[in-house]
Structure formats: C-alpha cells, structure tokens
Design a protein. Structure first.
Length: 121
C-alpha cells in the first residue's frame, strides 16, 4: 500500500470516529485503530486481536480460522450459484444443487461454532 493511500485511510478512519491507539501492529509496526469496538491495522488491512495468555491465542486463532472458512465457503456458494444459473442438463443441476446444499449446511455449522467460540471469549 502506498504511503499516500495509507495516510488517506488513517484520515478517513479518524474522521469516521475511529480511535488511534498507542499499541502497534505486530506485523508492520503501524498504529492500531479501534473501529466499532474492533482493533484494526489499516496498513495491513487486517483485524488485530489482543491476547493475554497462550489459551487466548488458541481461541483467537480458532475464531479467525472459522471466519476465513466462512468467507471461502461464501465465495464457493457464489461460484456454484453462477454455474447453476447457466446449467441446462438435469444431472448437472442435481450435482450443483447437492453441492450447494452441502456448502450451505457447512456454512451454517461454521457460523454456529464461531458464535459459540466468541461467546466463550
């Protein structure tokens, strides 16, 4: 990310009510911002999670992994939906529909587990 783009993002965030914290990103060293009760590194464009113990690291990684999994599944659902809209053959429609059903169930379970882990934290 260019320095100008980064400065613009910081300015926009501050104007929108974000708070610049005294803590820094462990990856790039840039200041961390609190935006809507979440911590963000605007240079890395990633959410930051503070942990106090090794146990919290595992929990934070689990939530992050489930968020990432849900994003990937959502992309695959979109891809299959496009293929389904173009499908003509009954067998192809059946296979795509079955794959969509599996992905939707998996997404539902992933989001459920993620909610449970966030409640525990």
């Amino acid at each position: 990310m260019s320095e100008d783009n980064y400065m613009k993002r910081m300015t926009d965030a501050l104007r929108s009510g974000a708070k610049m914290l005294s803590e820094h990103c462990p990856i790039c060293g840039s200041p961390i911002f609190e935006i809507k009760e979440e911590l963000w590194c605007l240079r890395c464009n990633k959410r930051v999670v503070k942990v106090k113990s090794d146990e919290e690291v595992g929990s934070a990684l689990s939530v992050y992994t489930l968020m990432n999994t849900a994003s990937i599944i959502a992309v695959k659902i979109e891809e299959l939906t496009i293929l389904l809209s173009r499908a003509i053959e009954v067998d192809e429609i059946r296979k795509l529909s079955e794959a969509l059903e599996v992905l939707l169930k998996t997404l539902e379970q992933t989001l459920k587990v993620r909610r449970l882990l966030k409640e525990e934290a």
